[in-house]
Design a protein around this ligand. Structure first.
Ligand code: NAD
Length: 429
């Protein structure tokens, strides 16, 4: 279900109403060329830390996008990000000053803008789903970083909202576009070039331990309460917000089993689009320091088809083992046995997965055309489920059974309750 008319209307209305106020110094045509505003997607950047800044650089280079707003509870970051946008557009015009990117601390203010088509979300993980749901409810399309939700329940809630509102959602598993050899590996598997699939082995880089809990006053310019959002109240410590706590504290993330696992698990799901029905494994939950997400995970599982599944720590890689050979892909490269598989040319009539080799451009093009992006919400949910089910198997210490039709853990009520995570009021999904 898509709602093109309303979005076109918003874009056109914004073009008519907003132009003079937004561009006091440079005419839009001197920055964006003669293309009609309805051919450009207005973009708001929610969260402009490390990854958000990188995404912003990528979006600023695309003629299909026009960044008009940034938002971050850290004042210095949002102000710097807004300046970067304005400087980039001024540089593109080659002369004059550009004013037209508003910085705000509160995402609700950004989402209330009628002239905004889409948002790019690169917050810590605990905010991904609440922000993405708020965005699609506000009529925006969404590029959201991986991993998806803090729980299986959050993943489902976002999927429901995306479909209900007909939003375009691109998931931040950019290997689908920027590492085209990953898609080629999946095309080999799905077109039967390695024979009958026997096993899928996934490896993701290990998480970290440590982190200092020393309580201190939040720095001036940080809205710490908003940064915490749905997470429990906790005394401010630098390692939570500015250290690696944002990736390795269970209140904000489930750790690199999802944070890094998202990439190779996404490729696993692209090459074999279903998820295991059984999970068991071991891992270590650090008991000292601030960081308490699983490390050293070693998960084994089985698909309903009998195909074997493993998820371990190490340099990222997804290996598909078949009756006639294997193919392994990582962000950095591809290998296969027999090696001749790497020379295969996918024939007309066979399944093609590869699309645009630019993940952000694929998103903007899909916003304009209402097509489904290459990393769509349905596959995002499934690959994120795998991280959660592995984590739940480790934390419960038991073998977990997954019912893929009902999308629930069966036969273990305590483990099933772990599909839900409490959220601090008033935040909810
Ligand atoms: N796709 C990739 O390869 C890749 C690489 C690195 C990070 N990431 C993901 O990007 C996300 C951010 O990671 P990071 O390393 O940039 O973290 P970061 O801490 O550097 O940046 C996160 C930013 O989010 C802001 N933020 C917090 N709450 C917010 C809210 N309510 N509204 C708006 N902004 C809010 C923070 O103030 C911070 O500036 C993580 O989910 C991470 O997994 C993805």
């Amino acid at each position: 279900m898509h709602k093109t008319p309303r979005r076109s209307f918003l874009r056109q209305a914004a073009a008519l109403a907003g132009t003079a106020a937004v561009f006091p110094s440079l005419a839009p045509s001197s920055v964006f060329g003669a293309a009609a505003p309805s051919k450009r997607v207005t973009v708001g950047h929610i969260a402009v830390g490390g990854q958000g800044s990188g995404l912003m650089s990528g979006f600023l280079g695309l003629p299909q996008g026009q960044s008009i707003a940034v938002c971050d509870p850290i004042r210095e970051r949002r102000e710097q990000a807004a300046r970067r946008v304005e400087q980039a557009y001024a540089a593109r015009a080659g002369q004059g000053a550009y004013k037209g990117c508003k910085a705000t601390g509160d995402f609700r203010e950004l989402l209330a803008r009628a002239d905004l088509d889409a948002v790019v979300i690169a917050s810590p993980d605990h905010w991904h789903v609440p922000l993405a749901i708020a965005a699609v409810r506000a009529g925006k399309d969404v590029y959201v970083e991986k991993p998806l939700g803090l729980s299986i329940e959050q993943d489902k809630a976002l999927r429901e909202a995306v479909h209900l509102h007909g939003a375009v959602l691109q998931y931040g598993t950019q290997q689908r576009s920027f590492s085209q050899h990953c898609g080629f590996a999946c095309e080999l598997v799905r077109n039967g070039y390695i024979g009958e699939l026997k096993a899928v082995h996934v490896i993701a880089p290990n998480g970290a331990t440590g982190g200092k809990a020393a309580a201190e006053a939040p720095p001036e310019g940080l809205d710490y309460d908003l940064w915490l959002g749905p997470a429990p109240v906790a005394p401010y410590a630098k390692d939570r917000v500015f250290g690696e706590g944002r990736w390795h504290i269970y209140d904000y993330a489930i750790g690199f089993i999802a944070g890094w696992g998202a990439h190779p698990l996404d490729i696993a799901h692209w090459g074999y689009p279903r998820i295991p029905v059984e999970y068991e494994g071991t891992g270590r939950i650090p008991t000292e320091g601030l960081f308490d997400t699983v490390v050293d995970w070693d998960v084994r599982g089985r698909y309903a088809s009998g195909v074997e599944f493993t998820l371990k720590t190490g340099p990222d890689k997804t290996t598909f083992v078949g009756s006639e050979g294997w193919v392994a892909a990582s962000r950095g490269g591809i290998a296969a046995e027999p090696e001749s598989l790497l020379q295969v040319k996918i024939k007309p009539g066979e399944l093609r997965l590869l699309r645009d080799n630019h993940h952000y451009r694929d998103f903007l093009d899909c916003v304009l055309t209402r097509r489904v992006p290459v990393s769509d919400i349905d596959s995002a949910v499934q690959s994120d489920f795998m991280s959660h089910l592995g984590d739940i198997a480790i934390r419960s210490g038991r073998k977990i059974q997954w019912d893929p039709a009902k999308e629930t853990i069966v036969g273990d009520e305590a483990a099933a309750r772990m599909m839900h995570r409490a959220m601090r009021a008033p935040w909810t999904v």
